[in-house]
Ligand binder design. Structure first.
Ligand code: ARG
Length: 468
């Protein structure tokens, strides 16, 4: 064995039982330090909590604990300042930090890993990371929701075409439409909160898979790290990543919502719809067509929703064939997890900036609502209230609409005599329901689009946000 190989073999923290150095390819292939180094804060927090616990139960002396803590804090500062040199030979964030600790404080550093394994260590790191990320995601969701409520209050009576099949269906208010997005985000928020409860359990102490022979205090480390409680089963603790999958599922739904919203923004900002305008700073131009102002940000969010859903599928597949307990497969959880959370946060941030800056073009909204016989259902309801069975009313209105199309006018522009050709139940009061204002005002019940209801819903929504 050459000197170099001897050195490489022994430089590994687990090198003791090996007789040759790791293949260079295997080293690169199995290393995770290039991406898991971003967990360093959590790794150090976890190590300090573990060391404190070892001190409490008498495995470390007070002086040893102090040295380990100081050493880890010094390493934290080095990493934060970009002065730490990461090494692929040391495989991952955990062994890089542990090895730097021993280099810094000597043999005492080697005691840190007592009663612990990288398996419970990495499970702890990821849970701490995911918990923080959930909190950031939830804060951003709340920001977008607040912006939606602001618009809803301002545009509670603004007439807007309600669509089904992307065809004008019935008039609604723009405020009501904005509050629909609020509701979707509200469910997203609660899904993340729900997931957080299952994330916030401490796997530390599970060690490699079976626990440890030391009399550790898992309640203490859980408490130090802000976990609700220690997990119940050591095998489960180091092996399952269901909390990450759940998070990815919540993120996928959120991105699906943002993607749908983006689709609307793309349509609405087109010359054909022209309902809203996005601020210039959120759009880009074309290198060849000087007139263009493209809604790139919503388009990208719509596009990026795909990668988040992809990460959910990756994580599910990563998990599905693993026997208990820890397997190296689990190292593959990180890149999808990081990328999906980065994507979700960027997308929400974009929305938190874009939504408050949306400018409504009320005339275009109104004109579009006027075009699609949006009050046809109101006319049918009117006839029903006068005693006509709904199916017959539907037929009367259908024939009225057909006539209006021929005349190239809206239903509200037909004369009383023209309307009476189709039913003698029609009176002069019909025009109250044929106007757009009359139509939206009439939908005056919980969850309806009447401006008064939108105001109530906005007040409730605001109260919900301030109670967080
Ligand atoms: N880098 C590993 C991971 O991300 C850490 C745990 C490694 N454990 C092991 N027994 N090889 O999962």
């Amino acid at each position: 064995m050459s000197n170099n190989e001897e050195q490489d073999k022994t430089s590994k923290l687990w090198g003791g039982r090996f007789s040759e150095a790791t293949d260079e390819f295997v080293q690169r292939f199995t290393a995770s330090v290039s991406f898991d180094q971003r967990l360093y804060q959590y790794d150090i927090d976890g190590s300090i909590a573990h060391a404190k616990m070892l001190g409490k139960v008498g495995v470390l002396t007070a002086d040893e604990l102090k040295q380990i803590e100081n050493g880890l804090e010094a390493i934290r500062t080095e990493i934060t300042n970009g002065e730490f040199s990461w090494s692929v030979e040391l495989e991952d964030v955990h062994m890089n930090i542990e090895s730097a600790l021993t280099e810094k404080i000597g043999d005492v550093g080697k005691k840190l890993h007592t009663g612990r394994s990288r398996n419970d260590q990495v499970a702890t790191d990821i849970r701490l990371y995911v918990r923080d990320e959930i909190d950031m995601v939830c804060e951003l969701i709340t920001k977008v929701q607040s912006a939606l409520v602001e618009i809803a209050e301002k545009e509670a009576a603004t007439i807007f075409p309600g669509f089904t099949h992307l065809q004008t269906a019935q008039p609604v208010t723009f405020g009501h439409h904005m509050l629909a997005w609020f509701e979707m985000l509200e469910r997203d928020y609660s899904r993340f909160q729900d997931c957080r409860r299952r994330v916030n359990q401490s796997p530390l102490g599970a060690a490699a898979l079976a626990g440890t022979t030391f009399q550790i205090d898992r309640d203490y480390t859980a408490e130090l790290l802000g976990f609700d409680a220690p997990t119940n089963n050591s095998l489960d603790s180091v092996s399952d990543r269901d909390f990450a999958i759940e998070l990815a599922a919540a993120a996928s739904l959120l991105m699906t919502h943002l993607s749908r919203f983006s689709e609307e923004l793309v349509l609405w900002t087109s010359a054909q719809f022209n309902f809203v305008e996005l601020p210039d700073r959120f759009c880009t131009g074309s290198s060849i067509m000087p007139q263009k102002k493209n809604p790139d940000v919503p388009e990208l969010i719509r596009g990026k929703s795909g990668r988040v859903v992809g990460h959910l599928v990756s994580l599910l597949n990563l998990m599905k064939s693993q026997p208990l307990a820890y397997n190296k497969d689990n190292q593959e959880d990180k890149e999808p997890l990081f990328d999906l959370l980065d994507t979700v946060k960027d997308s929400l941030f974009a929305y938190s900036e874009m939504v408050p800056a949306v400018v409504c073009n009320k005339e275009a909204m109104l004109a579009a609502t006027m075009k699609g016989f949006a009050t046809a259902t109101d006319l049918a309801d009117y006839l029903v209230k006068k005693g006509l069975p709904f199916r017959d009313a539907h037929d009367v209105v259908g024939r009225s609409v057909s006539f209006a199309i021929e005349q190239q006018v809206d239903l509200s522009e037909l004369t009383l005599e023209q309307l009476q050709q189709f039913s003698d139940l029609v009176d002069a009061d019909v025009f109250d329901v044929l106007t757009l204002e009359g139509s939206i005002k009439a939908r005056d019940h919980k969850g309806g689009t009447a401006p008064s209801q939108v105001q109530i819903a906005a007040v409730n929504a605001k109260a919900l946000l301030t109670s967080r």
